[in-house]
Design a protein around this ligand. Structure first.
Ligand SMILES: [Zn+2]
Length: 439
């Protein structure tokens, strides 16, 4: 089986020395400085041209517009850096060029959005980067990556060899096998600590399915994140929701303590500062719970079902599992998974499905998941060579939130075959899917 190249990010928390931390901060500051410098330049140029236009100067007579491509900005920066930032050599030149590259793409997005070349949400003119917002710095040339024969350190230009908080084993093995190439490294201060994120080109050799022909139905919902046709359930942990009462309590506590007052110049009390520190710690916890957790369920619960689907689909493809979405009108909740009789109505409040015809009594979501599995199995019967697949459906009872039938890449990684078999369905046991997804 031949491999295919994908770009994946490998992120590691860092444990820098105080000296390294200073250098990291300096580089992020340098990136921000270059971004803001370039933005000021472009702004001044645009304002100048607008003013000239308002005096009635024709386009030919206007001050020439500045070149806001990454290349153009970098060129101007190099001409003027000795004058505007005599300290520039303290940081890697990559810090400045990545700041200018970010600015160039922000300006391009704004311009494309303005001229209708870019679809989607309106992109506003870039804003100055504040010192208070944690910055980042990207390196795309120079020595960066893992340290040879060492799974606890990364190498960064100018910053040196930095200890990682966790093992770099997975990426290490890819590099050892020669199936990975590190394209860039971005350092940033996020969630209270320094992190490095490597953008890595990986040549994936997707494994052959270990259990071909097996099928699992997945019913997505709110009470449980997912209910499987095997009867397993994936809880919906909702980190934000569970943290909200505590957040409310801390906010109330803070409001009863005396804070700063800009008008009278009153300084905040120590008790107020302490209360505020607890709130920000809680915010950090919620965020890291939502983003940093390794378990799939915890990561996606508050992010939403669209994210769940996105992750299931691409990770399933990696393991040779094919995901098939059921048609949004497929009556997965109203059909009896025992005898196939379709009920005309099933209220959302009815948590169990009981069939008058064959006497089946079953949890509503479990019944739906079994129907999805059966649907996939029936349609897979005539497309037998395809391997494991999974079927999922949106929350029961609301067709608008149910997704449309769509086939993603199949087990052998051949897209043409996947499209041809658009109608085909199949599955997998949930434990398999979850293993795939939380990998
Ligand atoms: Zn029945």
């Amino acid at each position: 089986m031949s491999g295919r190249a994908v770009v994946q990010a490998y992120q590691y928390a860092l444990d820098p020395t105080p000296e390294q931390e200073r250098t990291l901060r300096s580089h992020c500051g340098a990136q921000r400085y270059a971004f803001n410098w370039g933005l000021r330049l472009v702004r001044a140029n645009l304002d100048q041209r607008a003013a000239e236009r308002s005096y009635g100067i024709t386009d030919a007579g206007l001050t020439p517009s500045s070149n806001w491509s990454a290349y153009g900005l970098r060129k101007t920066w190099n001409q003027r850096k000795d004058e505007v930032a005599p300290w520039w050599s303290e940081n890697s030149k990559e810090a400045y060029s990545s700041g200018l590259a970010n600015l160039a793409s922000a300006l391009r997005n704004w311009n494309d959005s303005r001229t209708g070349k870019r679809a989607g949400r309106v992109v506003r003119f870039p804003r100055f980067k504040s010192k208070r917002v944690a910055g980042s710095c990207r390196f795309s040339t120079g020595a960066f990556g893992l340290v040879e024969d060492d799974r606890r350190h990364v190498r960064l230009p100018r910053i040196g060899t930095v200890r990682t908080h966790e093992s770099t084993r997975k990426l290490f093995r890819h590099l050892q096998r020669g199936t990975a190439r590190v394209r860039s490294a971005t350092v940033a201060h996020r969630l209270g600590r320094w992190q490095v994120s490597f953008s890595v080109e990986i040549t994936r050799v997707d494994p052959a399915p270990t259990r071909p022909g097996e099928v699992v139905g997945i019913d997505l919902g709110v009470r449980y994140l997912a209910v499987l046709s095997t009867g397993e359930t994936v809880p919906n942990p909702r980190p934000l929701e569970t943290a909200l009462p505590r957040l409310r309590r801390f906010r109330r506590r803070m409001s009863r303590r005396s804070g700063p007052d800009r008008r009278t110049g009153q300084l905040p009390s120590r008790r107020w500062l302490r209360a505020r520190a607890r709130i920000s710690a809680l915010h950090l916890m919620i965020r890291s719970g939502m983003l940093g957790n390794r378990g799939l369920a915890r990561r996606v619960a508050d992010v939403g079902m669209a994210e769940f689907r996105r992750q299931i689909e691409y990770k399933a493809a990696w393991s040779g599992v094919r995901v098939q979405r059921a048609d949004r009108w497929f009556p997965s909740s109203r059909t009896c998974s025992g005898c196939g009789v379709v009920r005309t109505k099933l209220r959302l409040s009815e948590r169990t499905f009981d069939c008058e015809h064959c006497g089946v009594v079953m949890d509503r979501d479990h019944n739906a998941a079994r129907n999805l599995a059966a649907l996939a199995g029936a349609q897979a019967a005539d497309t037998s060579s395809l391997s494991r697949r999974a079927t999922e459906n949106g929350p029961a009872g609301n067709p608008r939130q149910t997704c449309i039938a769509r086939a993603t890449g199949n087990a052998t990684g051949s897209p043409t075959r996947a499209t041809r078999r658009r109608e085909a369905m199949a599955q997998d046991t949930f434990s398999d899917v979850s293993r795939t997804v939380s990998e």
